[in-house]
Design a protein around this ligand. Structure first.
Ligand code: ATP
Length: 221
């Protein structure tokens, strides 16, 4: 299978981090920024770095943006440029369009004009950090939609030795244990009779309100 081709527009802290990570993973990355200095700074990391204004349709066309698999629009401050760029990309057709939103309203507009995925890095990272701070055993919190999230919790001493049926998470909280991780091992759809061992991390999906109840009760489980 051919390697996925990515383009990242906007080399602020977020765009730079996305481009750098994709590049480290071995993908081809085209980095675009209207600021020459920013493109220079990333040029040694990515496959290509180009200075261009993404609000100019011709510039994007000339870069062959239609041939990429995914384009990430990481322009934050200049909301107008972010929206215009997304519109042009949508019009040109081709790649999956992922756009960073500055706030809810910006996100709504992006969704309306056809962005395939809208991300809110500051909001999402804030949530994840807060859940982890509230209980250090909450390892991660990932929002799936307005109503649903995924929670990762470390099995505490009271849980170790119990099986999933005994823990009864579905009946007590209405949430489902999707997987159990331990080190590099991953047990997908674990059996109800699976008995938890030291180091197990439960990956749980559910409605946010149910997950909150589980989080609160968790310290007493
Ligand atoms: P951060 O990701 O650092 O939190 P941010 O989301 O506020 O920051 P900016 O600092 O605004 O992002 O950085 C966005 C980058 O996008 C800048 O490097 C800027 O030069 C670039 N940029 C802004 N408008 C355009 C455009 N029309 N075409 C290409 N690049 C652009």
């Amino acid at each position: 299978m051919a390697k996925k081709q990515f383009a990242v527009i906007g080399m602020g802290r977020f765009g730079y981090s996305v481009a750098n990570s994709l590049s480290t993973m071995g993908f081809d990355v085209l980095a675009i920024d209207s600021d020459e200095q920013r493109t220079q700074a990333v040029s040694h990391i990515v496959t290509h770095a180009v200075s261009a204004d993404s609000t100019e349709e011709e510039a994007l066309r000339a870069l062959g943006i239609r041939n990429f698999d995914v384009v990430v629009v990481a322009i934050g401050e200049d909301i107008q440029a972010s929206i215009l760029t997304t519109l042009i990309l949508k019009d040109l057709g081709g790649p999956v369009i992922v756009v960073k939103a500055q706030n809810e309203l910006h996100g709504k507009v992006l969704q309306k004009i056809g962005a395939d995925k809208v991300i809110y890095p500051e909001r999402d990272m804030g949530q994840r950090v807060a859940h982890h701070l509230a209980s250090p055993n909450i390892l991660d919190y990932i929002e799936l939609s307005d109503d649903y999230s995924i929670l990762e919790i470390r099995a505490n001493s009271a849980m170790i030795g119990q099986n999933l049926k005994e823990l009864n998470i579905r009946a007590r909280f209405g949430c489902n244990v999707m997987a159990i991780k331990n080190g590099t091992k991953m047990n997908i759809s674990p059996d109800a009779l699976y008995r938890l061992i030291e180091g197990d991390i439960l990956v749980i999906v559910g409605e946010k309100s149910d997950l909150t109840k589980l989080e609160l009760a968790y310290s007493q489980i």
